[in-house]
Design a binder for this molecule. Structure first.
Ligand code: SME
Length: 145
């Protein structure tokens, strides 16, 4: 498991990269950058709401993710509650949608761009992978979109 200090260092570098990139597709850049920065992550991407479904948008992953998905999973619940969901063990979340059997913990951060609802979704192959440091820096990164 990464120490808090090392985690922060990685995020600080990521924020610098996001701020200085010339890539206009920020969702694509961020998903790839973050995915490649953390060894335990097996999915990092964005879902976007379209009517009563969520469609996968830009992402980096080991496997092709499920899409569309319903609102009963972690991503949909984060959007419906407009709340960050940090699930230490995905098996404990009723309605969790399994896209990759290796997923053990998941972090979902909902946000809006021009009235359209998105969620940044991250899956890890270890339990309890995410903490308030992830939440803090990922919210900062989303603000750069
Ligand atoms: N587990 C999510 C589905 C998306 S994947 O993890 C890529 C959910 O329960 O909504």
């Amino acid at each position: 498991m990464l120490s808090s200090k090392n985690k922060e260092k990685i995020y600080i570098k990521c924020i610098e990269s996001v701020k200085s990139t010339s890539e206009s597709n920020k969702l694509k850049f961020i998903s790839k950058l973050l995915f490649e920065s953390f060894d335990s992550w097996i999915f990092c991407g964005f879902y976007v709401q379209e009517n009563d479904k969520l469609l996968v948008s830009e992402y980096s992953a080991n496997k092709i993710p499920c899409s569309p998905i319903e609102f009963n999973g972690v991503c949909g619940t984060a959007i419906l509650k407009n709340k960050i969901l940090n699930i230490g063990d995905v098996n404990t979340f009723q309605g969790h949608i399994v896209c990759d059997n290796n997923s053990k913990s998941e972090l979902c951060i909902p946000f809006d761009i021009e009235g359209i609802k998105y969620v940044l979704d991250i899956d890890s192959n270890i339990y309890d992978a995410f903490c308030e440091i992830d939440e803090k820096y990922l919210v900062k990164i989303i603000k750069e979109i």
